[in-house]
Design a protein around this ligand. Structure first.
Ligand code: MOS
Length: 736
């Protein structure tokens, strides 16, 4: 078996380890010139002058593109400011305003990267400085924005009567949890190569959204989408950052247009901290009220996050609170405090990663107050339907996740009191939390062609961020058409291919997978149609329901020895057999609430004298529907847990309150987990059959792995030390 579920190696593994998988900046283009992005060093004000006289002395300099000389773009909004679709407000040198530090203010192009860099360093930039809001506490005191929506959900929700519920409660919690700004650090930074041919643009862009690049860039230049070809066969990680189109891409295309030559621009690591989105810091007030037996009577989750001064973007922290536990009286709110920082954006499990830290920490605090086991408290408030949407779950295996996780971890041996488990001078702590992520789906399309040699080519304009899209789509396609995986090729990464949505929100398998499957089914049906109408075929004259498909052959179900190879049918047909198919969600979202669920159990050790925190083991058990590949799937969930350890203990972007610059905007000082930080991670999957989510029964797995981990670790640290840290990351200074 090598189709759906099989733990096969990545189909692109060999290309990746042998240098045959080019990332955006590695594409070879004739006559290429090299650009460097110049960004602001102030947080608010205007660019008054850019003096390039010293830069002009650098040999090979081709262009210094500034707000003064940049090509004018068609204006697409009433107020005259550029407002591309999907909400990103870009800074494309059409104005001289500066809204945040590290904002693009110029592009320098030269014959080599070194010359461009040298010339960029020689620019003398004069600013008019304005007051900037750079302190979150100060920003919160200003006028808060109420975002229109929280993703597709309501900004605020209310059920029952919160005040009544809190009043009736025997035990109450009222605590505030804070999470820092975090930045995406895919190994491949954002990069663009732009090349014009008349009014046709080819743009290589490292992206999670091929079709988005095509449409948005076309919109920015006022040209038809079919004039733009976006290309990205390999994305070196994105994590949400590459789901939107940011300024550098269109700026590169502008420079290429002005020069009449192809231009390449790659962000440096420092430029990943500001102009391409980040996870906003949050302050989350949590109130819980429960009866003596642990049943929740009331819950309230109020989130304030920063946004930029140019755009509203909200971290949807409250969404998980609305659906996770029974709570008859509840309020959730989301507010925004504008600051002179780059606009925040989606970052792996936006909302659930940071929101679950607050919710699952508060539940842990409540458990201690009640003298109740933290797992028992969760089981006490287990939901058999979504209490926020008042809909049944499409499937929910959380009970099994808790059971299996507790068993594998050995949870029953936990001593309830903090500081009660020690090994030498190491305090040992055990903590747990619930994980969840919504299951969503968008329309997708796929084409399929069977060639005369019996191999099939499937194509869809989707993306592989390193997650395994190439591999799992090949598996889905092989099963659907009835071919071995070795006979199937799946191609992605070009906007000319059939429609596919953004690879975000853990939806690629759920959206593109069904289209691939439908294309496979359409292809085999077309082959059957050709065979049964052809006197030369052993299957001539039979009806299509009687035909089976396996291993590249069609055969009669009643008499399996009657069979014919697919390639014979194609050969007689005289041309490749082609189909396209589309798959889209129906009204299942109206009938069911759809989520993946999981349970995370964590052991930490805390050095009594030094406060050093280590994570010897994590057990994560998940109900994610059908897994497409047991190797890449487990790896992805494990990777999510690794990031959860980073979120809990390491990651934090520190903003200089004087100038709004990230002071640790590099991988030396912005800490992510390395091998030495990671010990045993035990990922388990619960068998789960969900007929409602999509034809594959697959819930997304890209994001659930990070959720719950932050709280499970903070809860374990409390159990180890008796110190409750409500401010991420949990660093040793907070324990001393
Ligand atoms: Mo994911 S944060 O939706 O790319």
């Amino acid at each position: 078996m090598n189709g759906i579920g099989a733990p096969i190696n990545r189909t692109d593994a060999w290309a990746k380890v042998s240098g045959g998988a080019p990332y955006t900046a590695e594409h070879q283009v004739e006559g290429l010139t090299h650009a460097v992005l110049v960004t602001s060093t102030i947080a608010s004000g205007r660019v008054l002058r850019i003096d390039d006289s010293a830069a002009r002395e650098v040999p090979g300099l081709l262009l210094v593109m500034t707000p003064q000389n940049a090509m004018r773009l068609p204006k697409s909004t009433k107020d005259g400011k550029l407002q591309p679709p999907i909400g990103r407000r870009l800074t494309l040198l059409q104005e001289d305003e500066v809204y945040y530090n590290n904002q693009p203010i110029a592009v320098v192009v030269a014959d080599t990267y070194e010359h461009a860099r040298e010339a960029a360093a020689r620019l003398r930039i004069e600013y008019e400085r304005k007051d900037a809001v750079l302190d979150f506490d100060q920003a919160k005191k200003g006028k808060l924005h109420t975002p229109e929506k929280v993703l597709a959900e309501e900004t605020d929700t209310r059920r029952g009567d919160l005040a009544d519920g809190l009043l009736a409660a025997a035990v109450r919690i009222d605590e505030t949890y804070t999470t820092p700004i975090e930045n995406h650090n895919p190994l491949e930074t954002h990069a663009t190569i732009a090349e014009w041919d008349g009014d046709k643009l080819t743009i290589h862009e490292s992206t999670q959204y091929m079709k988005g690049v095509q449409r948005i860039v076309a919109n920015i230049f006022g040209i038809p989408p079919e004039n733009v070809t976006a290309i990205c066969p390999y994305t070196g990680g994105g994590f949400g950052s590459k789901g939107s189109i940011w300024s550098h891409g269109p700026l590169t295309a502008m420079a290429a247009k002005m020069l009449g030559r192809p231009v390449k621009l790659s962000l440096d690591r420092t430029q990943m901290f500001g102009p391409v989105g980040q996870r906003p810091n949050t302050e989350q007030r949590f109130r819980l009220g429960a009866k003596d037996d642990g049943s929740l009577l009331a819950s309230a989750h109020d989130t304030v996050a920063y946004t930029s001064t140019i755009e509203d973007w909200i971290e949807p922290c409250g969404i998980m609170t609305r659906m996770m536990y029974e709570s008859p009286n509840q309020e959730t709110t989301h507010r925004l405090a504008p600051m002179n920082l780059g606009t925040p954006t989606f970052m792996r499990a936006p909302g659930e990663a940071s929101g679950s830290f607050a919710l699952e920490s508060a539940m842990d605090e409540l458990a201690y107050q009640l003298n109740m086991d933290p797992l028992a408290l969760r089981l006490k408030n287990y939901t058999e339907k979504d209490p926020g949407k008042d809909l049944p779950w499409s499937s929910k295996s959380l009970r099994q996740c808790y059971e299996i996780g507790a068993e594998r971890f050995g949870w029953k041996d936990r001593k309830p009191q903090p500081r009660s488990m020690q090994r030498g001078n190491q305090l040992v702590g055990w903590g747990m939390a619930t994980a969840t992520y919504p299951t969503n789906r968008s329309p997708g399309e796929c084409s399929a062609t069977l060639a005369a040699d019996g191999t099939a080519l499937f194509r869809s304009a989707t993306q592989d961020l390193g997650t395994g899209t190439y591999t799992v789509m090949t598996q889905i396609a092989a099963d659907a058409v009835g071919l071995p995986v070795s006979q199937v090729r799946f191609e992605l990464g070009e906007s000319t291919m059939p429609e596919a949505p953004v690879s975000g929100g853990s939806t690629t398998v759920a959206s593109v997978g069904p289209a691939v499957q439908a294309a496979g089914h359409a292809l085999r049906l077309k082959l059957a149609g050709l065979a049964l109408a052809d006197r030369a075929s052993p299957l001539y004259g039979v009806t299509v329901e009687k035909i089976g498909f396996e291993n590249g052959e069609l055969y009669l179900l009643d008499a399996p020895s009657k069979r014919e190879a697919m390639r014979e049918i194609v050969a007689r047909h005289g041309a490749p057999v082609e189909v396209t198919a589309k798959a889209e969600p129906g009204d299942e979202k109206k009938k069911y609430s759809m989520h993946a669920f999981g349970a995370v159990f964590v052991e930490v050790t805390v050095d009594e004298d030094l406060g050093e925190i280590r994570v010897p083991r994590v057990v994560g058990v998940y109900g994610v529907g059908k897994l497409m590949n047991e190797k890449t799937g487990y790896s992805q969930l494990m990777g999510g847990i690794v990031w959860g350890i980073g979120l809990a203990l390491l990651e934090e972007t520190v903003i200089d309150k004087r100038n709004g610059r990230a002071v640790n905007g590099n991988l030396a000082e912005y800490h992510v987990p390395v091998n030495a930080d990671i010990q045993a991670i035990d990922v388990q999957i619960v068998d789960e059959d969900d007929p409602h989510v999509n034809p594959l029964g697959a819930k997304g797995i890209g994001e659930i792995g990070i959720t719950g981990v932050g709280a499970a670790i903070a809860n374990a640290v409390y159990h180890a030390t008796g110190k409750r840290v409500r401010d991420l990351p949990v660093t040793l200074d907070k324990l001393l």
